[in-house]
Design a protein around this ligand. Sequence first.
Ligand SMILES: NC(=O)c1ccc[n+]([C@@H]2O[C@H](COP(=O)([O-])OP(=O)(O)OC[C@H]3O[C@@H](n4cnc5c(N)ncnc54)[C@H](OP(=O)(O)O)[C@@H]3O)[C@@H](O)[C@H]2O)c1
Length: 248
Amino acid sequence: MKLIAAVDEKWGIGKAGALLASVPEDMKFFRESTRGHVLVMGHNTLVSFPNSKPLPARLNIVMSRREKAVPGAVVCDSTEQLLALLQDFSSDDIFVIGGGMIYSLLLPYCETAYITKMQFDGKADAFFPNLDENPSWQAVSESQEKEHEGLRFSFVKYENRAVKPLHFNGNSSAMADYFKKKSPEESALCEENACARAYAKPLEHGVTAGDVADFLAEQSGCSFEEYLWRNRFLMTKDGFLAAVSNNQ
Ligand SMILES: NC(=O)c1ccc[n+]([C@@H]2O[C@H](COP(=O)([O-])OP(=O)(O)OC[C@H]3O[C@@H](n4cnc5c(N)ncnc54)[C@H](OP(=O)(O)O)[C@@H]3O)[C@@H](O)[C@H]2O)c1
């Protein structure tokens, strides 16, 4: 899993729910790095996007305990649920994109961090954990210094020498209850369902991607098909969930 962030000289990342600065080259780097990938974000970060909408052409996963559904995105209400969902994706495909709470939560699971370091003090109220003071993390490359309207910045790549594996520990009570309730009859019905069948990718711990999709549908109180439709899901050739926004 990778992480991408832009920080000021105090590792500040945001203020009053917005970014500290808008640097076109950094925005381009973000767009190009994350396009077509799986993004994990906190709800405050989603709200900071134009019209609070998920980013197009990416699978958006939003962490929230309060919001049950976000059109065009998958909502996870706990770290356990997130880790279970992430089992379906290659770790290389997943980008943690903030904000402060979610960076801190998922930092130990990330292998690589792409940090844009901006040389100014944005008087932030949201922060990224200082990687230069973290013995597990090492800067492995840094771009030449760049400048935009007087703001100097550079792209620094860090690597984590003590990555925590992304194992699902099976302790999510909501998930566990759901799978316990699943009777053989229900499973058979599920088998008859072309959509569900397309998701049936067995995972190491015995939970299928179809199970995860059903679980998410149950959480949002509608049928699996309705859930797919409401959230504008598409199936990729591998049978994975892919959410698309209107303006993809
Ligand atoms: N510079 C950058 O690269 C960058 C990148 C991204 C964001 N930002 C900035 O960062 C700021 C936002 O950061 P933030 O720390 O305030 O918020 P955040 O991390 O974006 O979102 C926090 C929210 O995520 C949900 N959440 C957190 N932990 C959870 C868990 N374990 N399970 C389920 N849900 C969980 C909660 O949502 P609910 O309250 O809905 O339950 C919580 O309020 C903004 O200023 C934004 O512009 C900067």
